[in-house]
Design a binder for this molecule. Structure first.
Ligand code: F6P
Length: 538
């Protein structure tokens, strides 16, 4: 493709454009009747086998997208037209794919195993990465063991990480996800990690309340060390400590030995796997837990690099986003994790995500835009500066289920069409099974996870409501049109490892029945039954 050519001028794009009308005529209810289609739209992959770690793999079900197998074929053709595979190779090969800044884009090097070779400008960058990781490990162990103490000689047990944007959202997401993981909780053993981002002094007040300046370590997280909010907050905390301890600090006073480097080939929004995230998280949970997180992220990188398009979960997610936004014209996407531990997932993805970083990369190439969900996707020009004649990028928002169900789900069921990404976890971090209750608390949560995509796809017709004897005047209020796209992603659990890879998916009674008597699941379409089966098998 000529460098200034737009993807929308290409044959593959035009074919998809023409295909939109066919799809608009077909209701998802009918598409879901095709078991073969549904089967083909389920991708199960265990990208972790290669790393010889115990993990049951991810399951992506995208059968509830407004798409046929022909649509997916056309999307693959679009990916080919955009030279996606070649671009992926260029990224992993350290080529300067960040053309506006003339830099490599190598956040994958941040979590690459020690013996990997990833070149940038003729130099293998992996040894430098591990030099910093080793330094973080040593430092965090000294702080955690109490051999590295505060100004008054007391051990440092709490940490405030001061940073904003990518220097805040990624680490906050991971910390929030790990907070209730038993292994991580055990390692945290009473330590606290807090994040100060907003220049609003209320954020300062909230983050220092209850902390002792003698036993608190402040970590200033910034790629540039010039960001106004971060610098002001850092000065504010310095004063908090020096005033309390009666110290006089003339200069900023950070010993270069206590600085942890990262490189210009890491975009701020992808920096969670650098010292930006690894340092505060290692101080809180210990380096071994954070190393598992890095391995999880590395496994998704490997999957993205090597899986063929039809089995490549990030590639599929990226192509479906392009289909929904640029062809079907749906401007938003709801991110709906059925896990409170993932409550900071949507805010993180709004800026960028590790889980989606490969997806973002894909979008980057397909649209020839520097698209990041959503920090940069306001740009209306291609990577060559040509104005785009189509909409690109999506408005991401979300809430954990079931909370969201009591806030904006009415709108997504009956109002505007918003493609939804449902994410479910097979094993809860904190299972609860109350005496006398038919289903466990986690099963209750998951029954909602399974039911919502079907409700969006199938809707509820006037005839169904009449059969249920719903009063005539209420029927318009209770009718759901259905035909609303969603996808489901099922993860086995939420350990540090899975959090790493999640960073790069009216069951109730039936759920219980199938748990107790092993009968095939009744009353579900093929795809829900398959998802449910995998859930129940674990
Ligand atoms: O405004 C966005 C941004 O540039 C992010 O990309 C970055 O993570 C954040 O600001 C903070 O910048 P820094 O890490 O340099 O303080």
């Amino acid at each position: 493709m000529a460098s200034s050519a737009l993807i929308s001028d290409m044959e593959a794009w035009k074919e998809l454009k023409a295909h939109v009308e066919d799809i608009k005529k077909t209701h998802l209810r009918d598409l879901m009747n095709d078991a073969q289609r549904c089967q083909s739209m389920m991708v199960y992959d265990n990208p972790f086998q290669a790393l010889e770690v115990e993990f049951d793999g991810l399951l992506l079900d995208y059968s509830r997208q407004n798409a046929t197998l022909a649509t997916i074929e056309k999307l693959f053709k679009l990916a080919e037209t955009a030279n996606l595979k070649q671009k992926i190779n260029q990224m992993f090969g350290g080529e300067h794919i960040n053309s506006t800044e003339n830099r490599s884009v190598l956040h994958v090097a941040l979590r690459a195993p020690r013996d990997t070779v990833i070149q940038s400008d003729g130099k293998n960058v992996v040894p430098d990465v591990w030099k910093v990781l080793d330094k973080i490990q040593e430092f965090s162990e000294r702080v955690r063991s109490g051999s590295w103490v505060g100004a008054t000689g007391l051990p440092l047990k709490d940490v405030v990480a001061v940073g904003i944007g990518g220097s805040f959202l990624g680490p906050l997401f991971v910390h929030t996800a790990l907070q209730t993981d038993p292994e991580a909780m055990n390692s945290a053993s009473g330590r606290q990690l807090r994040f100060l981002a907003n220049v609003d002094p209320i954020d300062v007040a909230r983050n220092i309340t209850g902390l002792n300046p003698e036993t608190t370590l402040v970590v200033v997280v910034s790629k540039t060390f010039t960001t106004a909010e971060t610098m002001l907050n850092a000065r504010t905390l310095r004063e908090w400590i020096s005033a309390a301890l009666g110290l006089l600090v003339e200069k900023f006073g950070i010993d270069p030995n206590n600085a942890f480097a990262f490189w210009d080939w890491v975009g701020g929004r992808y920096s969670v796997c650098s010292a930006v995230g690894v340092l505060p998280l290692s101080l809180q949970y210990g380096f071994p837990i954070v190393e598992k997180f890095l391995k999880g992220a590395a496994s998704i990188d490997q999957h993205f690099y090597s899986a063929p398009h039809e089995k490549n979960i990030p590639v599929l997610l990226g192509l479906l986003s392009v289909w929904n936004v640029s062809f079907l014209g749906y401007p938003a996407r709801a991110i709906l994790p059925y896990s409170q531990a993932l409550e900071k997932f949507a805010p993180h993805i709004q800026q960028a995500s590790s889980f989606r970083s490969s997806l973002i990369l894909l979008a980057f190439f397909l649209w020839k835009l520097c698209v990041v969900s959503m920090e940069s996707n306001g740009k209306g020009v291609s990577i060559d500066g040509v104005p785009l004649p189509f909409e690109a990028g999506e408005i991401d928002f979300g809430e954990p289920g079931t909370n969201g169900q009591h806030s904006f789900y009415q709108l997504i069921h009956q109002g505007r069409i918003i493609p939804c990404d449902f994410i479910g976890i097979v094993k809860s971090q904190q299972p609860v099974n109350l005496k006398g209750e038919v289903v466990s608390n986690h099963d209750e949560l998951m029954s909602n996870f399974f039911a919502q995509p079907d409700a969006l796809a199938y809707g509820k017709t006037i005839e169904q409501l009449q059969k249920e004897n719903v009063a005539e005047h209420l029927i318009p209020h209770k009718t759901f049109s259905g035909n609303r796209p969603s996808l489901s992603l099922l993860l086995p659990s939420l350990t540090a490892y899975n959090v790493g890879q999640s960073l790069a998916t009216q069951v109730r009674k039936q759920l219980h029945a199938s748990r107790t008597n092993d009968e095939p699941v009744q009353g579900f379409n093929f795809s829900t039954a398959t998802l449910l089966k995998r859930y129940l098998e674990n």
